[in-house]
Design a protein around this ligand. Structure first.
Ligand code: ZN
Length: 300
């Protein structure tokens, strides 16, 4: 399995959608596409919720006639599927007076299709950036969003902003037959995951892996390898999964981000998962796949 195939297993990471960036500036195409009967709208609700089916197992994708013309006119273009259907996102101040649910992305990801989970993650991330780019970072004046919602432009000084993504590394550190897993404060007893942290300015991914592991555990990484990636719009991250080799199993107290830190052998982890004494992050996360791929691999 290559990295692209590994990434495609991660939730939010298998969105078969042409983002159609060239059409974002085509106002005539946008106007027609927003009103076309085949167009579908993802509805964003306050507190990062999305409008879903009553069962909460799929996005409720609204046709154009379900929305007022003014709301359609300012909707952001997400892209087009293989059949040419255009998808947009827009916000509403409250849930529609119709059967459905206002649901968060984690709950939706548990049962939605890969397409819906990916579309939901994309729509939420774009909406979050739009709410945070209403004012110019250079002069403080109001910005307008153009290019179908993908650019913010200052009405006073013309400074432009584009949607941002914050890279974070997430690392399965191994030594011999053991993996280094941590438990964050507030997690249930026995729940463990891989180490993670944001990439800092001026840093390579490999440097970020070494630094984050050292900060959180004191372990010294001597080699790392890219595994897979996952959009993680809580609110704007891209998780970059790595495996890494530690020089030794020596640990220090770390920076306090973790409540507990353990080297777990495959045998101990398998037995703990079977008995319920240990648990892992949800199956839609890259951390879950990092740990499962390591469990499935024979010790070096
Ligand atoms: Zn400005």
């Amino acid at each position: 399995m290559n990295a692209a195939q590994r990434s495609a297993r991660n939730a939010f990471a298998a969105l078969a959608l042409d983002r159609a960036a060239a059409l974002r500036r085509d106002s005539a195409w946008l106007a027609a596409a927003r009103d076309a009967s085949g167009a579908r709208y993802v509805l964003g609700l306050p507190e990062s919720l999305l409008w879903t089916t009553p069962a909460g197992d799929a996005l409720q994708l609204l046709p154009p006639d379900a929305l007022p013309p003014a709301q359609r006119a300012t909707a952001s273009l997400l892209g087009c599927d293989a059949a040419g259907r255009a998808y947009f996102r827009c916000d509403a101040g409250a849930a529609p007076a119709a059967p459905g649910q206002a649901l968060g992305l984690r709950a939706l990801a548990a049962s939605a299709s890969a397409f819906d989970a990916g579309l939901a993650a994309y729509a939420l991330a774009l909406g979050h950036w739009q709410r945070n780019s209403r004012y110019c970072p250079a002069c403080g004046n109001a910005c307008i969003h153009d290019e179908a919602g993908h650019r913010a432009r200052c009405t006073a000084c013309a400074t432009t902003q584009f949607p941002r993504t914050d890279p974070a590394v997430i690392v399965l550190v191994e030594h011999g037959d053991a993996a280094l897993l941590g438990r964050r404060p507030g997690w249930p007893a026995g729940r463990f995951s891989t180490l993670a942290g944001f990439v800092e300015p001026g840093e390579t991914l490999e440097d970020a892996v070494r630094r984050e592991v050292a900060e959180e555990s004191g372990a010294r990484v001597i080699a790392s390898e890219y595994h897979s990636s996952q959009p993680w719009p809580f609110p704007a991250s891209l998780m970059l999964g790595f495996t890494a080799q530690a020089a030794t199993r020596d640990l220090t107290a770390g920076d306090g981000e973790l409540a507990e830190l353990r080297w777990l052998s495959r045998g101990i982890l398998r037995a703990g998962l079977a008995s319920g004494a240990l648990s892992l992050p949800p199956a839609f996360s890259v951390a879950f796949h990092l740990i499962h791929d390591w469990l499935a691999r024979a010790p070096d």
